[in-house]
Design a protein around this ligand. Structure first.
Ligand code: PAF
Length: 280
């Protein structure tokens, strides 16, 4: 496994792998890896890719009052996890390497970036799209892997790829959950034991909705959302949103069917958590 820090090293290694006929699979991360990331990496390796993982906590996607400074970081642990997975290359750039002091350009996917998460984290997805576009340019992947856990991010990246004519297949991978049902996330580390118990209310509400749709054939969004909200509001957490939407454009839907999903966010103490169920 090669560990590299410079943009020109990425270009050289990728060019060389391509001349050997390799399919490049790219997994962008902000580190502090968990089994959600590992499922993306395993998918890339199972697809036969020459696999490159990036670890970069991207300052552009954090708001001024958000957790950029305290975002969990543990490079030694991350690298040892990646080595066990037989990743080919890990790209760990510094902030100065990624962004020159005079950096100005942004990649913005309006409308869908402003809904749901966008209402609570203005500018977040512009930060995500800008860094992902730069990482795509550096790694020139054939395939890039994203988890359904960050459903809105995945939908926005897919749109960016189509709109910018990027020749990259975006591969989506199901959400990975801990045994108690909590969706895997680096931010789960912030939760105390008691907060973690409270946080489970989101996956519990989504699970109940899933059963109503799939076992009882209830597809009326209003009924489903009302049930979900009642469950969430029974716990000492702040419900930020729970919405039934079309997966392509994140427009509200009145009936759950294929290509719709229910996306939600709660705040437990100071920790924001998101989760969803999707019908692909
Ligand atoms: O999902 C994440 O971890 C980040 O948003 C990403 C895609 C690595 C961009 O910084």
């Amino acid at each position: 496994m090669e560990i590299i820090h410079r943009k020109n090293e990425v270009r050289t290694i990728i060019k060389e792998a391509k001349t050997r006929g390799k399919i490049i699979g790219f997994v962008p991360t902000m580190g502090y890896l968990h089994h959600g990331h590992i499922s993306l990496i395993r998918k890339a390796i199972a697809d036969g890719c020459f696999t490159i993982v990036s670890i970069f906590v991207n300052p552009l996607q954090f708001g001024p009052d958000e957790d950029f400074q305290r975002y969990p970081r543990d490079l030694v642990r991350d690298l040892s996890m990646l080595k066990k997975e037989f990743v080919d290359v890990v790209f760990v750039p510094s902030t100065d390497e990624m962004y020159t002091k005079s950096h100005l350009t942004e990649v913005r996917v309006p409308v869908i970036s402003e809904k749901l998460e966008g209402k609570f984290r203005p500018g977040h997805f512009t930060g995500v799209c800008t860094v992902v576009a730069k990482l795509f340019n550096l790694t020139s992947p054939d395939k890039a892997y994203f988890g359904w856990k960050d459903a809105q991010q995945l939908i926005i990246i897919k749109k960016m790829v189509v709109d910018l004519d990027l020749h990259i297949e975006i591969v989506s991978v199901p959400t990975v959950r801990d045994s108690d049902g909590l969706a895997a996330s680096s931010r789960n580390k912030y939760l105390s034991e008691q907060e973690r118990k409270k946080a489970l209310v989101l996956s519990r509400a989504l699970q109940k909705i899933k059963e109503m749709v799939e076992l009882e054939n209830i597809t009326d969004s209003e009924v489903l959302i009302a049930t979900g909200k009642k469950i969430i509001n029974s716990e000492d957490v702040e419900l930020q949103y729970l919405e039934a939407v079309e997966l392509e454009n994140l427009e509200p839907v009145s009936v759950i069917k294929n290509n719709t999903g229910i996306l939600g966010a709660i705040k437990v103490g100071k920790v924001r958590l998101i989760d969803n169920i999707i019908w692909e």
